[in-house]
Design a protein around this ligand. Structure first.
Ligand code: TYM
Length: 414
């Protein structure tokens, strides 16, 4: 209770606020920018305080295992999902056999998704498999039209490509509804009504504080946060929830999306609706290291789902920032730094075997293993992961995608 009320107070803070020390260079984390000047990456402990969320600790991870009877996902055990809002409420509901649903999304700014985008989606799939609940996935083609130099027709095409990539991650069609804003919102009066209710209860001042809009921002941008907030409320999907308006929502996403959902949680009680719960992941770094930006428009900044095995190999060998020493002798003497070594950081995300990962960490830190070994290991892991997704992607026809995007009842009764 005390934790909740403190969280509620802190949720009202603006994300751009600094700690009061004018010398401190704050990490920038918002839906459009994730930047740090530190080679070890964003200071996530500080971010939890600034955003007013709660750390995912050992006790919560153990409770997830105990309630589900399944081992926690490596992303939970390794602190990749590191922060939450009200996850205990979700676990209580699950224990009481009461319903909840999952909501996540993607802004289709490029045809190919990168490995960073895989993080929330892979985790969402695990949540769906583990808890057996409905999932809605929003593609904000409208957001990308408003923010990027793209035509409507272009974002529509990108959205469909992204939908296919997402389906290729293995979501269950009986439990999953995927929608693109441009196509769906006009078909669903309940979605539109929920959206306008949110717009009525959030002022320009509030979104200005949260998102940094100003008088020259287009009114499309100013109104957009309500579009991303709407799927957090079950009343927006009457065909799934049989018109029930108060089914709890859980949103897995990377921490950059949190501003949207702080606004959503803030407005929910004013509309007599349930605040969505959240699980936040850290940010997957660019190949060049944590201080560099991973960008869909720079093919060398990351590994993409469309990369060939050779491209994966060449990019990692050429660009993955090394935490090793300048010479082999020096490396053997001083050891490597796993905190900044990009290959090690990537392995933390995608090498499932805990023991192997720990052995690599020890042997690299002691200097026994060289960067080349880590790169080779990572190349193998990513070639396999991406190869499997590409194989499944071949089976995702237009017809399969259309079925995921058809507004329909899922396998759950309400
Ligand atoms: P987008 O397309 O920027 O990102 C899609 C999802 O991937 C996460 N993400 C990352 N995670 C780890 N490392 C990275 N480097 C990285 N880059 C992106 C994002 O946090 C997101 O979870 N506006 C949203 C689309 C959206 C959405 C949602 C996202 C609509 N509704 C609900 C999450 C939840 C966007 O442009 O995401």
């Amino acid at each position: 209770m005390a934790e909740e009320s403190q969280v509620n107070q802190m949720e009202s803070l603006n994300i751009g606020e600094t700690s009061g020390n004018p010398e401190a260079v704050e990490d920038v984390v918002d839906p459009w920018n994730v930047q740090t000047s530190s080679a070890t990456g964003i200071d996530y402990a500080k971010l939890i305080v600034r955003f007013g969320s709660t750390a995912i600790d050992e006790t919560l991870v153990q409770r997830i295992e105990q309630v589900t009877g399944k081992p926690a996902h490596p992303f939970l055990k390794r602190g990749i999902f590191f922060s939450h809002r009200e996850m205990n409420k979700i676990l209580n509901l699950y224990e009481q056999k009461k319903p909840f649903y999952l909501y996540t999304g993607r802004g289709p700014s490029s045809g190919a998704m990168h490995v960073g985008h895989l993080v929330p989606f892979m985790f969402t799939k695990w949540l769906q498999d583990t808890f057996d609940v409905p999932l809605v996935i929003q593609l904000t083609d409208d957001e990308k039209y408003l923010w990027k130099d793209l035509k409507v027709e272009e974002v529509l095409k990108l959205a469909v490509e992204n939908v296919k990539d997402i389906i290729a991650l293995g979501f269950d069609v009986e439990k999953t509804f995927i929608f693109c804003d441009f196509d769906f919102i006009g078909q669903c009066p309940e979605f539109y009504r929920t959206m306008v209710k949110i717009q009525k209860h959030v002022t320009f001042n509030q979104v200005k504080g949260i998102f940094g809009f100003d008088e020259s921002s287009s009114i499309g941008k100013i109104a957009f946060p309500a579009v991303q907030a709407t799927p957090s409320f079950s009343g927006a999907f009457p065909f799934i929830f049989n018109g029930k308006k108060n089914i709890q929502c859980l949103i897995p996403c990377a921490i950059d999306q949190d501003p949207y959902f702080r606004m959503t949680r803030d407005v929910a009680p004013r509309l007599n609706m349930v605040k969505p719960a959240l699980l936040h992941s850290v940010f997957f770094p660019a190949l060049q290291g944590a201080t560099s930006k991973m960008s869909a428009s720079d093919p060398n900044s990351s590994i993409f789902l469309t990369d060939t095995p050779n491209q994966i190999k060449n990019k990692i060998n050429k660009y993955a920032f090394s935490g090793g020493q300048a010479t082999v002798e020096e490396h053997k003497e001083k050891g490597g730094n796993c905190d900044v070594d990009v290959s090690f950081q990537y392995l933390r995300f995608f090498l499932d075997d805990d023991e192997r990962l720990e052995q690599i960490r020890k042997d690299y830190t002691s200097g026994e293993l060289l960067t080349g070994f880590l790169k080779k290991e990572l190349i193998g892991v990513l070639q396999k992961l991406i190869g499997e997704i590409q194989e499944r992607r071949k089976t995702v026809t237009d017809e399969v995608a259309r079925e995921f995007m058809r507004p329909r009842k899922l396998k759950f009764d309400y």
